[in-house]
Design a protein around this ligand. Structure first.
Ligand code: NI
Length: 178
C-alpha cells in the first residue's frame, strides 16, 4: 500500500466528470487500498479517486462506524433536508455550511463486482453525497451562496498564492507531528 498525493483546489481533475468503472479489476482494488490508507492518514471520512488524480468513479467512505467502497455509485432515493458544516481534503482549512438531503438510498458496486444498496442518514448520507459530487466534478463550495463562496475563494487564493502546484503530499500517521 502507499500514500497518494492529494489534488487540491485548482487541479483540473477535480472539475472533470469521472468515468464509469464497471467490473473492478486488480488495478481498481489496489487503488482502493491506497485510497483508504490516504484517507486515514489525512483523517478524512471520505475520499474520491479524482482527489488522488484518477478520474474514475470510485470513492471510499468511513463514517458513523461504517467503512465501504462505492464504485459507480448512484443515489436511488433522497429525502429531507439538513444543514451541516463540511470541509474537504482537497480544500484544506476551508469550511462551510451545506444543505443536503438528510437521507439517501445509495446503490453502488463493491470490490467483488456486486451491486449493493445502503440506506444512510446523518453524517454517512452527507459523506456519500459529498463523494458522489466529487465524481461529477462538484465541490462543496458550489453549494454555498455566491457571496460566501467568493469570500472563501478569496481567502484560499491569499493563503495559497505561493503554491507551486496542485498536489499535496500526505504524511503517514506515525510521521505526523500535529
Ligand atoms: Ni471532498
Amino acid at each position: 500500500m502507499s500514500l497518494l498525493p492529494l489534488h487540491i483546489l485548482g487541479s483540473p481533475v477535480l472539475r472533470r466528470r469521472s468515468v464509469e468503472i464497471g467490473a473492478p479489476d486488480d488495478e481498481v482494488r489496489r487503488l482502493v487500498e491506497d485510497m483508504f490508507e490516504t484517507m486515514d492518514a489525512s483523517k478524512g471520512i471520505g475520499l474520491a479517486a479524482n482527489q488522488v488524480g484518477v478520474a474514475r468513479r470510485v470513492a471510499v467512505v468511513d463514517a458513523d462506524g461504517d467503512r465501504f467502497v462505492m464504485i459507480d455509485p448512484v443515489i436511488l432515493e433522497s429525502e429531507g433536508r439538513a444543514i451541516a458544516e463540511e470541509g474537504c481534503l482537497s480544500i484544506p482549512d476551508i469550511y462551510g455550511d451545506v444543505a443536503r438531503p438528510e437521507r439517501v438510498v445509495l446503490e453502488a458496486t463493491d470490490l467483488e463486482g456486486n451491486r449493493y444498496r445502503r440506506d444512510a442518514t446523518g453524517l454517512k448520507a452527507r459523506a456519500i453525497q459529498h463523494e458522489i459530487d466529487h465524481l461529477d466534478g462538484i465541490l462543496f463550495l458550489d453549494h454555498l451562496s455566491l457571496i460566501k463562496r467568493q469570500m472563501l475563494l478569496a481567502r484560499w487564493r491569499r493563503e495559497h498564492k505561493d503554491d507551486t502546484g496542485y498536489t499535496k503530499e500526505v504524511q503517514a500517521e506515525s510521521a505526523r507531528t500535529d
